[in-house]
Write a protein that binds this ligand. Structure first.
Ligand SMILES: O=P(O)(O)OC[C@H]1O[C@H](O[C@H]2O[C@H](CO)[C@@H](O)[C@H](O)[C@H]2O)[C@H](O)[C@@H](O)[C@@H]1O
Ligand SMILES: O=c1ccn([C@@H]2O[C@H](COP(=O)(O)OP(=O)(O)O)[C@@H](O)[C@H]2O)c(=O)[nH]1
Length: 461
């Protein structure tokens, strides 16, 4: 279904916008870029820029069929809305980390203020037959604020992060007003059926609403809305092709040569506590201790671009990881072998796909993750004749579809250590058989299927 066939224009709204020329890690931007490249349309959100004085300066540009309309944020709004309520209250809460939630009330006001500003700037750009697709926890109240401005077009929401259990959600002082805001959307989408079920529980137990049928909800105010699970995915065929071609890139060749014939384990994550990096580093050390027969046979490369670096918890994590990487190498390196390499740089997608393809083991062990596109990219990038093995946390949304990976509990260091060793030992036939099953799933459920399914459901909602 192309934009033209569907009739209305697609309008995507997200805090993070992949404005042309900006390269930042993050699955949401990667997936939405692919969606707009297919359909064309308008992408509205934060410009990524800080204005020293005030929020709201509108920037517009066109690239191909995509029109970008973005607004700058003031230093204060960036601090209180993005670093504050979104990333110090909602992010930890939605990743099951009540211990890290900032419960102070001030930042919630900024969160509402910036959502109101988004509504004010976006409303005049909308046409009645637009399909508006709002993304993620930064913008939960946006639909209600647009409706207050008489916006009548269809409004959909997609939550990229997990939906935790209702008891956890209820720990947030503003939970009632905040999650009630979802009822102004026509369709609310989640990554997995577990997330959907937990949301339905919340609506029943704390929202005074009803679940009429699975995926059909009635709010306390009597409004009906749809909810569903739409697992996000990747452009599987494109990544497979990029990976094949990347193997001739200089950076990929240099990595291969530097391994001196040793196997490679790779991890690629934003530097975020949800990704389970300290646990992973410790599990790798445990692997070195528990499997001395494999000593010196594997080199672990962890790519971890700095993310949300103004937030105290993220800065503390960075320090912790630097110490841990030093500890692992200090305790286990040989004059001619460093067990792990830890890199805080951001790499372009085509280069990453080449790195994935070189790896014998993909380490994706978040403590909680909405989906985790890296897990899917790792599988898509493998050489069909000699695929690597994915070690995947059961607590990533991706584990639902990639169930032929070696599934692990990221807190169970011995279990992760043994899974790495099994991946190293796994025979060719089993590697091919597991990879084929996962690759078939990813070919059938790629990014095009995700947006098609979601937009079809929104058009019908
Ligand atoms: O925009 P940032 O603050 O720099 O953070 C990057 C993105 O992180 C999160 O990504 C999520 O979306 C992915 C795609 O659906 C999913 O695979 C992953 O599990 C999620 O963590 C965040 O939800 C986005 O809003 C951010 O843009
Ligand atoms: O140096 C990097 C590190 C990551 N990524 C991309 O960032 C996305 C991360 O998405 P994921 O869903 O795994 O996690 P998120 O960061 O969104 O929580 C993936 O497409 C990665 O390929 C990238 O382009 N360069």
């Amino acid at each position: 279904m192309s934009g033209r066939e569907r009739g209305g224009r697609l309008v995507v709204v997200s805090n993070r916008v992949a404005v042309p020329g900006e390269s930042r890690a993050g699955g949401l931007a990667v997936a939405l870029q692919a969606t707009l490249e297919e359909f064309g349309g308008l992408w509205f959100g934060w410009s990524g820029r800080i204005d020293p004085l005030r929020s709201g300066r509108l920037r517009e540009q066109q690239a191909g069929d995509i029109r970008y309309a973005t607004i700058d944020l003031s230093r204060r709004d960036h601090a209180d809305y993005y670093n504050g309520f979104a990333n110090r209250s909602l992010w930890p809460l939605l990743h099951f980390r009540m211990d890290l939630v900032d419960y102070s009330r001030e930042t919630y006001a900024a969160y509402r203020r910036v959502n109101a500003l988004f509504a004010e700037k976006l409303a005049p750009l909308l046409r009645e037959d637009d399909l508006v697709w709002v993304h993620d926890y930064h913008l939960i109240p946006l639909a209600a604020l647009l409706r207050e401005r008489d916006v009548r077009c269809r409004l959909g929401f997609f939550l990229h992060v997990p939906m935790p259990s209702s008891d956890l959600l209820a720990a947030l002082p503003q939970h009632g007003r905040l999650f009630e805001g979802l009822s102004a959307y026509d369709l609310v989408g989640f990554q997995t059926t577990r997330d959907l079920e937990r949301f339905q529980d919340y609506v029943r137990l704390f929202g005074r609403g009803n679940v009429i049928a699975p995926g059909v909800l009635e709010t306390a105010g009597g409004r009906r809305l749809r909810a569903g699970a739409f697992p996000i995915s990747i452009d599987t065929a494109l990544i497979a092709r990029q990976a094949r071609e990347a193997i001739d890139k200089a950076s990929v060749r240099r990595l291969r040569d530097s391994l001196s014939g040793r196997a490679l384990a790779i991890g690629v994550d934003r530097l975020d506590y949800s990704k389970g990096l300290p646990e992973r580093f410790r599990a790798y050390e445990r692997y070195l201790q528990r499997h001395p027969e494999q000593r010196g046979k594997l080199t672990y490369l962890q790519i971890a671009p700095v993310s949300r670096g103004d937030v105290a918890e993220y800065r503390a994590l960075r320090q912790e990881l630097e110490q841990l990487a030093g500890h692992v190498n200090g305790g286990h390196a040989e004059p001619d072998w460093t067990p792990m390499r830890y890199v805080n740089r951001n790499f372009a997608h085509p280069t990453l796909t080449g790195f994935y393809r070189l790896a014998r083991v993909g380490l994706v062990t978040p403590l909680r993750d909405g989906m985790n596109l890296v897990a899917k990219e790792f599988v898509a990038a493998q050489n069909p004749a000699d695929p690597g093995v994915l070690v995947l946390s059961s607590f990533a949304g991706a584990a639902r579809e990639l169930d032929r990976a070696l599934l692990v509990n990221p807190y169970d260091l011995d279990g992760v250590a043994d899974a790495i060793a099994s991946a190293m030992r796994m025979r060719h036939g089993e590697r091919v058989e597991r990879w084929r099953a996962m690759m078939d799933t990813l070919l059938a459920h790629d990014i095009a299927a995700w947006r098609r399914d979601y937009l079809a459901a929104l058009a019908e909602a």
